[in-house]
Design a protein around this ligand. Structure first.
Ligand code: SF4
Length: 726
């Protein structure tokens, strides 16, 4: 007991004292900053600009940047409370090495020397590619760029991928197939300029909240939302299309059928800028409205209404997120979205775009610079010119560049199960919450000879299994750049020192390069993230994602600018790709692609009669590592729940707030609160995926898109039963 408290003195006076702040008025004295440091939100890909308030070396508050072109003075609940993530009690503060079965504090030198020695020993025994590396969409671009070189040229393994494969790999592969390159063509301002907006599998009200003001600022739009669930975004719609689970590809093909049949096609655009129309038109014969109505559960009338609205729009916008990507048909569904834009010429103009809304704060950075599914600057592994150019820029022998991409994330996990992957390095991600079919993952990780987890937090379910934990600095403690969904690059700045002995990922990568004796060769003279950024500018020069005109100086003056920005050019307020109708394919034309709809792989049956859909809630971020340590967010949404239609609950004798188990062929999630609601259609249930203690991924399946390798999180068959008392 505190002696002052025993003596009856008020020991909490400092805690609760109030003072007057110039801007906010009477407020907690502890939260009045001495200075503000501008930065970019570290959660989602909207990319809101903000300032961190700092007092006595601690982050004490956050406020939106009024001048920032993305959020214009607004933040969502996660952004508004983001300063709490820095000094959270579960931060990783020192390197930990497993000794005699126990994670034991060690110095950085011992940690990194052990890591290099163990990885090298494993690679010597089993081959270089026995090392698998899984990174994230949360690092700054400078770190992705550095990590890609370090992994592929330093450690010499190409089995390198990111958790971005779990969220937007299908957008990447769909864009590549249709347009010849990744790269979202439009921008957020298109949401204000379009007269018809179709959001498909995109619940932006929960997942990208600061995009909603763009919709509100557009009084002339017709908003169509295609989602099996009456999500918060569907509630904002003029027309809600409550399609059956995973019938999206049939819907898109059916809309294309109507566009072609009813002369709603922009033939001038199609003839000038696309290939494959005749074959595509023949393919669409298989998608007449009555058949599509049967597959989707939508009426023929509403299919015609939607096609006519989009086909006759002056500027039609289609946005999508995980409802499309989380599918074994994700790549083809993305191409089907691109087909609609190409047929109607709704691309490259104000308000007109097929637009992938990305997930993580810097998923775009890893797509452009990351060296996982392609080489930096969207260069292709198998393109001789791309290989020669990159090797020359780096001054390395071309033979050192991998000839093809290595294993994707799910295949690295499968490799660990099968014994081809023997060591793993996991960076800033928490697969023991986020990966589908957790049993397989547990088996994979338990097989490893050496597992390194580099993270800002410990313990997490994943760090607890590691042989070595490297404590990393997080948002607010390090410097670099993020690129948001609309290709807008903005600065991330260090407001406070990293906690404990944590170090920025950039510094960890350079220290590892030192241990590998490749620092001078791969990172000559590099000291700061700006050194990496300046090399990235040179490497991206002349590419679609040209950063050569973007500098740290420009970003400090302009808040945020979009790529492409070739050196010497002036930033545009809102730039778009493909305005000239020229695409980065061999013939300069985009491709109309035929992708047939198929039912999702695990259909419901008598034993597992319900289709489980998974997703997010506005209060939490992914695996909850960060947001569940933020008191206000955790209080708002402290536990998982299952949404079920009352008509399904009745024969099971279930009532709202009952505790239920969700059971699939792979596992069981126990004791989840049941919510009976008409938000979800009969035959379907929905559960959020943020909660490790009620982890929905115990029941999801190992089914992946054959091209992108993205998991089919959105549909698996389950049963629901009342939780039995133990
Ligand atoms: S919308 Fe996304 S980027 Fe903006 S404050 Fe919220 S979480 Fe951050």
């Amino acid at each position: 007991m505190n002696l002052r408290r025993l003596a009856g003195l008020d020991i909490l006076a400092d805690e609760y004292s109030y003072a007057r702040d110039e801007e906010t008025g009477y407020t907690s004295a502890k939260r009045i900053p001495e200075k503000w440091v501008s930065t970019t939100c570290g959660y989602c890909s909207v990319g809101c600009g903000m300032e961190i308030g700092v007092r006595e070396g601690k982050a004490v508050s956050v406020r939106p940047l009024d001048s920032h072109p993305v959020n214009r003075g607004k933040l969502c609940p996660k952004g508004l409370s983001e300063h709490h993530v820095i000094d959270a009690p579960n931060r990783a503060r020192q390197p930990l090495l497993r000794k005699n079965g126990k994670l034991t504090p060690v110095g950085w030198d011992e940690a990194l020397a052990t890591m290099v020695e163990r990885f090298r020993a494993t690679q010597a025994r089993h081959g270089r590619n026995a090392l698998g590396v899984i990174s994230t969409g949360q690092l700054v671009t400078e770190e992705f760029y550095t990590l890609g070189k370090l992994v592929q040229l330093g450690f010499g393994t190409n089995n390198y991928d990111g958790n971005t494969t779990l969220c937007m790999a299908s957008a990447v592969s769909g864009y590549k197939a249709s347009f010849g390159s990744d790269g979202p063509p439009g921008n957020y301002q298109d949401l204000e300029r379009a007269d018809v907006i179709l959001l498909i599998g995109a619940n932006i009200a929960d997942n990208h909240p600061i995009l909603c003001p763009y919709l509100e600022a557009n009084p002339h739009k017709t908003l169509i939302v295609a989602d099996p669930r009456v999500s918060k975004t569907a509630m904002m719609a003029d027309i809600h299309l409550p399609l059956k689970p995973r019938s999206d590809l049939a819907l898109l093909n059916g809309l294309a059928h109507i566009l072609v049949k009813h002369n709603l096609v922009d033939r001038r655009y199609v003839d000038a800028h696309t290939t494959g129309f005749d074959e595509f038109a023949r393919f669409l014969e298989s998608y007449p409205p009555d058949k599509v109505a049967g597959i989707t559960g939508l009426s023929v009338e509403v299919l015609h209404q939607t096609a006519y609205l989009y086909g006759r729009a002056q500027a039609g916008f289609i946005g999508w997120t995980m409802g499309v990507n989380h599918s074994t048909k994700g790549t083809e569904t993305v191409s089907a979205i691109c087909n609609l834009a190409l047929l109607t010429g709704h691309i490259g103009r104000a308000g007109a775009a097929p637009f992938s809304i990305t997930g993580q704060s810097n998923a775009m950075g890893t797509r452009e610079a990351g060296f996982a599914s392609s080489m930096p600057g969207y260069r292709k592994f198998d393109h001789p010119g791309d290989r020669a150019e990159l090797a020359a820029l780096w001054g390395v022998d071309e033979a050192r560049l991998p000839r093809k991409r290595g294993l994707a994330y799910p295949d690295i996990v499968e490799g660990a199960v099968g014994g081809t992957i023997r060591a793993m390095w996991i960076i800033a991600t928490n697969p023991l919450v986020s990966f589908p079919n957790q049993d397989v993952l547990r088996q994979a990780l338990s097989n490893l000879e050496f597992l390194v987890v580099q993270d800002g937090y410990h313990p997490t379910p994943t760090t607890e299994l590691a042989h070595l934990v490297l404590p990393a600095a997080i948002w607010g403690e390090k410097e670099g750049t993020f690129t948001n969904s609309e290709r807008r690059v903005s600065k991330v700045n260090r407001a406070v020192d990293p906690v404990g002995e944590a170090r920025p990922d950039f510094d960890i990568f350079l220290a590892l390069a030192e241990k590998l004796a490749c620092r001078d060769e791969l990172f000559p003279g590099w000291r700061t993230p700006e050194d990496a950024f300046n090399e990235w500018r040179r490497v991206s020069r002349g590419r679609l994602c040209d950063y050569s005109g973007i500098s740290y100086r420009l970003l400090s003056q302009a808040d945020a600018v979009q790529w492409p920005l070739p050196e010497g050019s002036q930033p545009e307020r809102d730039s778009r790709l493909y305005g000239d109708g020229v695409f980065p394919t061999a013939d300069g034309r985009a491709r109309l692609l035929c992708g047939h709809w198929e039912p999702f792989p695990e259909q419901p049956n008598r034993e597992y009669p319900l289709v489980l859909n998974t997703g997010r809630t506005v209060e939490h971020w992914h695996t909850g590592t960060k947001t569940r340590s933020v008191p206000i967010l955790e209080r708002l949404s402290p536990a998982a729940w299952l949404e079920m239609n009352p008509r399904d609950a009745l024969p099971l004798g279930l009532r709202s707030h009952d505790r239920v188990d969700i059971v699939s062929r792979r596992g069981r999630v126990c004791g989840v609160e049941l919510r009976l609601t008409e938000i979800i259609a009969p035959g379907q249930v929905f559960m959020p995926f943020h909660y490790f203690e009620s982890n929905v991924n115990e029941v999801t399946q190992s089914a992946f898109d054959p091209v992108s390798r993205e998991p089919n999180y959105k549909q698996c068959s389950v049963s629901v039963e009342k939780t039995r008392p133990h």
